[in-house]
Design a protein around this ligand. Structure first.
Ligand code: C2G
Length: 169
C-alpha cells in the first residue's frame, strides 16, 4: 500500500517537475545542424542547459576553433531554445552538472552514440540524429578551398568582372 502510494507520488512528481535537458558541444561556426539539435532538445522538456566547450577544453579534445569561447557562448545564450549556458571545461563534469542542475535527460548527437551510456545511472541518455550535409569541418574545408585559389587566378577573375562591368554599363 505504502509502496503503491510512493510510486504514485513519484510519478506525479516526475510529471509535474520541470523536465531539464542538458547537452554539451563546441558549436564553432554555428550552423543549421546546431540549431536543429537545440530546437529538438528543447522540445524534449521544459529547460535546456548547454555546456559550451571552452577554448582550453577544445585543445584537450584536439579541436581547433575559429570562434573564441566567449562569442560561441554568447551566440548559444541568445538562442530562444536555450535557457542556460555553462562552460564545459573537462570530460568529468557531466555527472556533477546533472546532479547540480537536477537534469532529467542528457542528450547529444548520435556521432557520440554509446560514448555517454555511463550517465544512464544519473539520468536518461538520448543520442539524436545529426543533421546531414552540414558540419563545422565541411564549412572550414569550403573556406580553405576558396583560400587556396592562387593570386593569379583571382586577378584573372577580377579582370573578367571588371570587363563585364564596363561592357554592361
Ligand atoms: N550536430 C548535429 N548535426 C550536425 C553537426 C553537429 O546534430 N550536422 C550536433 C553534434 O552531434 C553535437 C552538437 O551538434 O551534439 C555540437 O556539435 P559540436 O560542436 O561538433 O560538438 P562536439 O565537438 O562533438 O562536442 O562533451 C561533449 C562534447 O563537448 C561534444
Amino acid at each position: 500500500m505504502l509502496n503503491a502510494l510512493k510510486q504514485k507520488l513519484t510519478n506525479y512528481w516526475n510529471l509535474m517537475k520541470n523536465k531539464t535537458i542538458i547537452t554539451y558541444g563546441t558549436f564553432d561556426m554555428f550552423h543549421i545542424g546546431h540549431l536543429n539539435l537545440l530546437k529538438r532538445l528543447k522540445a524534449l522538456g521544459d529547460e535546456l542547459i548547454v555546456g559550451v566547450s571552452t577554448d582550453e577544453f577544445n585543445k584537450i579534445k584536439g579541436k581547433k576553433t575559429l570562434i573564441p569561447y566567449d562569442q560561441r557562448a554568447e551566440i548559444i545564450a541568445s538562442i530562444k531554445y536555450v535557457d542556460k549556458v555553462i562552460a564545459e571545461e573537462n570530460w568529468e563534469q557531466k555527472k556533477l552538472d546533472i546532479e547540480k542542475y537536477n537534469c532529467d535527460v542528457f542528450a547529444i548527437g548520435n556521432d557520440w552514440e554509446g560514448k555517454f551510456d555511463f550517465l544512464k545511472d544519473y539520468c536518461e541518455v538520448i543520442y539524436m540524429e545529426r543533421t546531414k550535409g552540414v558540419s563545422t569541418s565541411e564549412l572550414k574545408n569550403s573556406l580553405n578551398s576558396f583560400l587556396s585559389i592562387s593570386k593569379k587566378d583571382l586577378e584573372i577573375a577580377f579582370s573578367i568582372i571588371e570587363k563585364l562591368r564596363t561592357d554592361l554599363n
